[in-house]
Design a protein around this ligand. Structure first.
Ligand SMILES: [Zn+2]
Ligand SMILES: [Zn+2]
Length: 372
């Protein structure tokens, strides 16, 4: 008998998502069918439902998920790190499959800039096309050949693995790959959403002496503080003048010189101008938050030259960053109670979950699909 799968489908932009049913295909060569346990909801899903991104519809949403192997196709015997795979194993996977043929895949080794046909689960694979189940907000997902599949570390529960969702690997890329945090550094993190918090945690793991989180609102900063994320917290709703914020941050640095590293994770263009002010001479700035194009902003480019600043961008994450995230979970969990970031919803409440993320009412919304 064919197994059926419920799936949350975006059929029409700006309209509520629909719960539909599909047949679960048997996995072909080097493919896998995974029974989803938990799936994350992120800011991108808010934009997708609203129709702000050019994606095909209908589409099963869900680009962050963890689950148990339901069936393995011929030839798929091990995860990407060489661990044997069996039915029932808890696994996670990189949500995108780059083409492997273009200049950015083959020459520059920057697969997130792939100009080929990069598949992204839960975003650009229409559910009208085979294998239909290409998103994580679904009882089952079909993982195609080339998917970077990794077994979950035993010390981490599925809820903990999904707690940072795509923010975890995004921060690995922006904080550990694009800039270097050194022992004793002062790091400013702008933004207290999932990417900001993940960035602050990685800066702490990397040896920063003090991490200053500039974000808000107050309740969010309070939880952040309780979890030990960041050493100082500056509420932008309380200190509304950017010049005053710069002053307060600089006062916490040696000789009032500014921060060694600034991580921008806000998505607000004006934050970049502020980052340039926070950084010390010869400091580094990583701009990871500007996922959506919110237009231009005035900056003083003289400061970039005058201070000899190192500014880098990072777009999404590839296999190295994803594996970095999963492999660092034991270290993250030793220090931070990641489960407390999560608010759970049943799969059937996907619309409310998106509403709550949009309203900033929850830090990390997670859909509970199945858990056995
Ligand atoms: Zn996301
Ligand atoms: Zn490519």
């Amino acid at each position: 008998m064919t197994t059926r799968s419920r799936a949350v489908v975006l059929e029409e932009f700006g309209r509520p998502l629909q719960l539909r049913e599909f047949d679960v295909p048997d996995p072909g060569e080097m493919s896998a069918v995974v029974r989803v346990g938990y799936a994350g909801v992120c800011g991108t899903d808010v934009h997708l439902r609203a129709g702000k991104l050019p994606v095909p519809t209908p589409v099963v949403l869900g680009h962050e998920a963890v689950g148990q192997v339901s069936a393995l196709g011929k030839g798929l015997t091990h995860d990407v790190l060489g661990n044997p795979l069996h039915e029932g194993d808890w696994v996670s996977w990189l949500n995108n499959v780059a083409c492997g043929r273009c200049r950015f895949c083959l020459v520059e080794h920057q697969p997130t800039l792939c100009t080929g046909n990069r598949k992204i689960y839960g975003i650009n694979q229409s559910s009208d096309a085979w294998p239909h189940l290409s998103g994580g907000w679904s009882d089952y997902i079909y993982l195609q050949p080339g998917t970077v599949l990794v077994k979950m570390p035993e010390v981490a529960t599925p809820q903990q693995v999904i707690s940072l969702g795509c923010a975890g690997p995004t921060a690995v890329h922006g904080v550990l790959d694009e800039v270097r945090v050194r022992f004793g550094d002062t790091v400013v993190v702008q933004g207290s959403g999932p990417v900001g918090l993940a960035s602050a945690m990685y800066a702490q793991l990397a040896g920063a002496a003090q991490v200053i989180v500039v974000g808000g609102p107050a309740a969010r900063l309070e939880l952040t503080e309780q979890l030990g994320i960041g050493h100082h917290h500056l509420d932008i709703f309380e200190v509304t003048d950017p010049a005053e914020r710069v002053e307060q941050v600089r006062r916490r640095t040696d000789g009032n010189a500014g921060a060694d590293v600034v991580i921008e994770a806000t998505g607000a263009p004006s934050a970049v101008a502020e980052a340039i002010e926070y950084a010390r001479p010869d400091g580094s700035i990583s701009v990871v938050g500007q996922y959506t194009d919110h237009g231009t902003t005035p900056i003083n480019p003289h400061l970039i030259t005058r201070k000899n600043l190192n500014i880098s961008g990072s777009w999404g994450f590839g296999a190295r960053h994803y594996i970095g995230y999963v492999s660092s979970l034991p270290q993250l969990l030793e220090r931070f109670d990641l489960g407390r970031l999560v608010s759970e919803y049943p799969l059937t409440d996907a619309n409310s979950a998106i509403d709550d993320v949009k309203a900033g009412a929850v830090l990390k919304a997670v859909l509970r699909v199945s858990d056995e």
